[in-house]
Design a protein around this ligand. Sequence first.
Ligand code: MRU
Length: 345
Amino acid sequence: MSDKNKLSVQALQWQDDVLLVLDQRQLPGTIIYDHCKTAASVAEAIKLMRVRGAPAIGIAAGYGVVLSVKKHYVSSPGNWRILVKEDIELLSGSRPTAVNLFWALEQMQKKINEITGNPINEVEQLAIRIHQDDIASNKKMGRLGADILGDAKSVMTHCNAGALATGGYGTALGVIRSAVERGGLTVFAGETRPWLQGARLTAWELAQDGIAVILIADSAAAYLMASNQIDWIIVGADRIAKNGDVANKIGTYSLAVLAKQHGVKMMVVAPTSTIDWDISDGSQIAIEERSAIELLPECYLQSDSIVTAWNPVFDVTPAELISVIVTENGVAMNPVAGGVEKLKK
Ligand code: MRU
């Protein structure tokens, strides 16, 4: 790889019989890769958010299937298909909202169904291709998104839709990387409570590439927009419905409402593997609720505490609040007018 194409941050590295997963719970203080050698350990890494972000979850699951096939084809040649199917079910239960997970597992299952001989090589090649295609899509979306930004001076992003959340380069952060390369762009990142994907991951990831970033408290976004400091909000997505409604990290919807009030434009960047062609609108998207423990201060964790928490980790932004959806197949400007159907290939 030339220096220009080198990926600075890699959430996932495949090494034949082991998937290396950069433990994102420990960033930015500790940089450590977990060694996942079974589908169950990959499912656990997704569930615990050691790996997170819609495309990265799908890619990790693909490699999880490879680990499963390698194990069961050798140890149980008579019924490996049944055992691999069980692992696929386990992987599909790891997180509910990002459709990339189910998309990748479906690709893997389809390939397995087609194979008559030794499946190992073909299944491994497919997982690697899903990973490589994602990086290529991100590079393409980066260029398309930067074209749309034109001479915008300042943007804000939410959560982490970067290299850490994908095969590499990132979706929203891919556009930001590409735009920064073309000229001066001021980048704001919301801290993204409660898990702090913005403060811990986006700020760290951009800094690794020498891209300056200004962190704000989530609650400062309205004032940032009211004081005319940003032109665009740029985010990724976990699932996009056919009508252009977008599920993404909790708080995206509030940003979109604020953007409308202040004349700021809203860009969603996601590969078509994030589009759920089976659902007509965002009301059909399963929204993950995570444990109250991730939100509550420690003093409220005793079993007799009357302080509890509600912790939905995604929300749905209606298409009418989105200016453009950028995919590797092209862009849907003003998606409320025609949804995303034209991006299907
Ligand atoms: O809970 P997370 O950290 O997995 O949520 C991630 C997001 O919401 C991202 O914005 C989305 O997956 C797009 S990543 C390219």
